[in-house]
Ligand binder design. Structure first.
Ligand code: SF4
Length: 388
């Protein structure tokens, strides 16, 4: 299309990984399982349409099925799982001083690498929870494989993400936990990451007409996320999801509307700060995007903060480096706002808005993981970091 002709560099660097995934699909022995990150569904349409940020979840799933996916799962499911694990870790740091505060989010690999490289003294502040795709891959090769009677060695996990840094994340040597648990030493939790842009390019090569695709639904058992899982793609989304979960955990009541739509952490300000009062406790939070903003924040006194979300890309993953451009127009704030608006609109429409209420997540704990921060959860859903 118009965009790939004008951006030859990205087209060249994208080639090989699509071909590798194609080859896996052509191999009749392999079971290829795709998982889509929250932001892909509000970015993919930009490669085909004249309107930025169109909600395209159903078409995205249909496209992956047309390309040969055996299963299509949703990373919003594992975003909910992340919130439960990371939220329980935060509550444990708050209530039992089990680790240093503030706790930092760990779902952005570029931020994790930044801390490892430039602030190794802060590694203990990073949540040990894996990123949503990290949890998804480990859960697919263990829980899903055994539930469906599939050979985990034949499963190929492909994540479609807005993020180029995720390609390096899945190659971290620590992220081979499913293989360790199953005794297959050369198995990685996740095999491939392709970006939204690569998916769009692949669809164009296969002459898949985006506009005429009918909506398709995710496959079940790792296919359903809450609204909290959806808004993970926005700056502030992880924080909002965590606060919904923390409120309900601490009080036993669902959060009221002003916490369900928690405006102080929304929008395109580089550093947002807020305090939330839950059950007699005050939780001080900060939401930051960009490493320059994070560096400034870290250079101040941060001892009053309890939880800090950092995403490297402006506005969060919705404008990750792997998201397509509409007619080669640079991704400016208006486009970011359209993508963000699309996610919050979907969240507001959903009846399931709190990760803690997700029935598929409850089922994976009941049937497999046991409890958050339990032995198996720690093995498969948490990780370690190292000074670089
Ligand atoms: Fe990737 Fe950017 Fe999202 Fe970080 S903020 S996970 S670098 S897309």
């Amino acid at each position: 299309g118009q965009c790939s002709a004008a951006c030859p560099e990205s087209a060249i660097s994208l080639r090989s990984e699509i071909d590798l995934v194609r080859r896996e699909i052509e191999d009749p022995e392999k079971i290829v399982v795709f998982s889509t990150s929250p932001s892909v569904r509000v970015g993919l349409g930009d490669a085909f349409l004249d309107k930025a940020g169109t909600w395209a979840e159903g078409k995205m799933v249909a496209a992956l099925k047309a390309l040969g996916a055996d299963y299509v799962f949703d990373v919003t499911f594992s975003a909910d799982l992340t919130i439960i694990e990371e939220g329980c870790e935060l509550l444990s740091r708050l209530l039992t001083a089990s680790g240093p505060l503030p706790q930092f989010t760990s779902c952005c690999p570029a931020w994790v690498k930044y801390v490892e490289t430039y602030h190794p003294e802060r590694i203990g502040n990073l949540s040990s929870a894996k990123s949503p795709i990290g949890m998804q891959g480990a859960t697919i090769k263990t829980y899903f494989a055994s539930k469906e009677g599939l050979d985990p060695a034949k499963i190929v996990t492909v994540n479609v993400t807005p993020c180029t840094a995720k390609k390096a994340e899945i190659r971290r040597p620590e992220l081979c936990d499913a293989g360790n648990v199953l005794g297959c030493s050369d198995m990685r939790d996740n095999d491939y990451v392709i970006t939204t842009k690569e998916l769009a390019q692949w669809m164009k090569e296969e002459a898949i007409d985006f506009a005429s695709l009918s909506d398709a639904a995710f496959d079940s058992i790792l296919g359903k996320g809450s609204g909290a899982g959806v808004i993970f793609g926005n700056t502030g989304g992880v924080m909002e999801a965590a606060l919904r979960m923390a409120y309900q955990s601490l009080t036993g009541r669902p959060p009221a509307d002003d916490l369900l739509d928690f405006e102080p952490v929304r929008g395109l300000t580089g550093v947002k700060r807020a305090s939330v009062h839950i059950d007699g406790k005050t939780i001080n939070v900060a939401v930051i995007y960009g490493t320059a903003n994070a560096e400034k924040f870290l250079s101040g006194d941060i001892s009053d903060y309890h939880f800090v979300e950092v995403m490297t890309c402006p506005g969060g993953c919705i404008s990750g480096a792997g998201q397509p451009q509409m007619h080669c127009i640079p991704v400016v704030d208006d486009i970011r706002k359209s993508r963000i608006g699309s996610m919050y609109a979907e969240d507001a429409k959903m009846s399931l808005r709190n990760s803690i209420d997700n029935p598929q997540v409850a089922r994976v704990y009941r049937d497999f993981y046991g409890s958050p921060l339990g032995t198996l959860s720690e093995k498969l859903l948490h990780t370690t970091y190292h000074k670089r």
